[in-house]
Design a protein around this ligand. Structure first.
Ligand code: AMP
Length: 495
């Protein structure tokens, strides 16, 4: 037997599903005023692991000095007790990353640290800047030397060059030059600063633990460390925590509308997290109910595509009055490489991750629920697989509208041409995935259901309506400058 690379679609599937949610973007965490700052940050990142599995890092500060450890890999592999013991101080920030812009390299791992004439700073950023390429070119033209390929580094350079006096004013000055999505934390020698971009694309929540202040991408991180949730950081808000005191500012012009990423509710965030306006589990269940009302089905069982479809499928089953069966079992330990047998096995790619239970499916009409079809890799052979395992009919239901447009604000999505739903009708997709019927939540249905969130959201991936415009040549670095040789463009500007 030899270890050989899988075929392209299989390789894609393995990469897409190498762990819980490997194409996610980033998670950030920060704590100010706690004796165990590094250990608590480690735990916070542990809870945010689903937001990025490529690299992890923590930076602490003590007596005007900063200490940092970053490495490729999962939080549990990157940090040991020994490593954490080398990160002293009562203040810390941390980051987990999956590459959405820039290459997958250790030098791109965050937090980014820099020495400025105002003292050392460390920055951890979640989101994508849509004008990072243009700003970078401009800064390079003025002599700046970049040491990473990540869009976030432009913030560090802008801050270092700012003429404002305090570090928080310099950060605000830097952030007013960039466009797009940023939920970020910054550590100075004496302060923790947390900021959300004016549109509020990505989440950021504020909490308290034993008198210390905590910020995190999601509330599940606060739950794990036993912190209380104070509130979500507002879009456009800058929170400065220094000597245990919190100060808040709103220095950026308010955009006409907010743009919280709706995909955080649908897919990204952990179901046990509370995002603005709703608990994620509750939202997904309602979405499943809405889907059942929009696309009723005659079926004997509702089957989730684990784990992404599980909560919506539960809502669907309850609304439709159809039994819920986990008739497809998922292998949680699928890695990026494997030893393939010399002779090809039918539907190997699908089965390595999901295996149907024949005894449950025999002669049954199945409503199969997942949250999205991106390239169609997952669902492509699923209907055949279910039929081969006894299912009489396979009706696919998706708890979101068709994914027709790429994300430029921090969610990893393929190019428009790779998206299965871009330029295809629902009937064509249904045929391509070999299902008996296919139904998506409509954009109107999604918007109606999201009214109770009481804030504006971004649904550009479903509607093709981008709240912050992207122009070719003005977007993130992956389009041109910093791509590893031989790699094709992963994103494209909207036409
Ligand atoms: P695909 O197989 O390419 O159609 O991708 C669809 C599957 O990937 C679904 O099971 C989704 O839950 C999951 N998914 C959707 N969007 C993303 C994303 N941005 N990153 C990782 N997985 C995703």
């Amino acid at each position: 037997m030899s270890c050989r690379p899988p075929d392209a679609s299989l390789s894609r599937l393995l990469q897409d599903h190498a762990s819980e949610r490997p194409r996610d973007e980033c998670g950030v965490f920060g704590i100010h005023g706690h004796a165990e700052a590094a250990n608590i940050t480690y735990l916070g990142l542990y809870a945010l692991q689903h937001r990025g599995q490529e690299s992890a890092g923590i930076c602490t500060s003590q007596g005007g000095e900063q200490f940092v450890h970053r490495a490729m890999g999962l939080v549990s592999d990157v940090f040991s007790e020994k490593v954490l013991a080398r990160l002293p101080g009562r203040h810390a920030i941390g980051h987990v990353r999956y590459s959405t812009t820039g290459e997958s390299l250790l030098r791109n791992a965050q937090p980014f640290c820099a020495n400025t004439d105002g003292g050392p700073v460390a920055i951890a950023h979640n989101g994508n800047l849509v004008n990072a390429g243009a700003v970078r070119r401009e800064l390079e033209g003025r002599g700046a030397i970049f040491s990473t390929t990540a869009d976030s580094e432009v913030i560090v350079h802008l801050l270092a060059r700012s003429r404002e006096t305090s570090l928080e004013e310099r950060l605000i000055d830097a952030l007013s030059r960039v466009k797009g999505a940023f939920s970020l934390v910054m550590l100075t020698h004496d302060a923790l600063i947390a900021v959300r971009d004016p549109h509020g694309f990505r989440p950021l929540v504020l909490g308290r633990l034993d008198g210390a202040w905590v910020v995190a991408s999601e509330t599940c991180a606060l739950d794990l460390i036993g912190a209380t949730v104070e509130r979500h950081v507002d879009p456009g808000e800058v929170v400065v925590i220094r000597r245990g005191r919190l100060r808040t500012m709103r220095p950026f012009p308010k955009p006409a509308r907010g743009a919280f990423c709706i995909f955080e509710y649908i897919y990204f965030a952990r179901p046990d997290s509370n995002l603005p306006g709703s608990n994620v589990y509750a939202y997904r269940k309602e979405l499943g109910r809405a889907l059942a009302r929009e696309h009723p089905v005659q079926a004997d069982m509702v089957v989730p595509l684990l784990d992404s479809g599980s909560v919506a499928a539960l809502g669907f089953a309850e609304e439709a009055g159809i039994p819920y069966e986990t008739a497809i079992i998922r292998n949680h330990f699928v890695g990026r490489t494997f030893i393939e047998p010399a002779q090809s096995i039918r539907n190997f790619g699908v089965k390595i991750k999901h295996n149907p239970i024949r005894e449950l499916l025999k002669g049954k009409r199945v409503a199969l629920v997942d949250d999205s079809i991106v390239r169609g890799t997952t669902l492509n052979k699923m209907s055949t697989l279910l039929r081969n395992n006894g299912a009489r009919e396979v009706h696919v239901r998706i708890s979101a509208p068709p994914t027709i447009a790429p994300c430029f604000y921090g969610i990893d999505m393929p190019t428009r041409s790779e998206l299965m739903a871009a330029g295809r009708s629902v009937d064509e997709i249904c045929e391509a995935i070999g299902a008996d019927s296919l139904g998506y939540v409509s954009v109107e249905g999604l918007r109606k259901l999201s009214e109770h969130l009481k804030h504006d959201h971004c649904d550009a991936c479903f509607s093709d309506e981008y709240p912050v415009p992207i122009q070719r040549g003005d977007d993130a670095p992956q389009l041109s400058l910093f791509k590893p040789v031989g790699e094709s463009s992963r994103d494209e500007a909207p036409e």
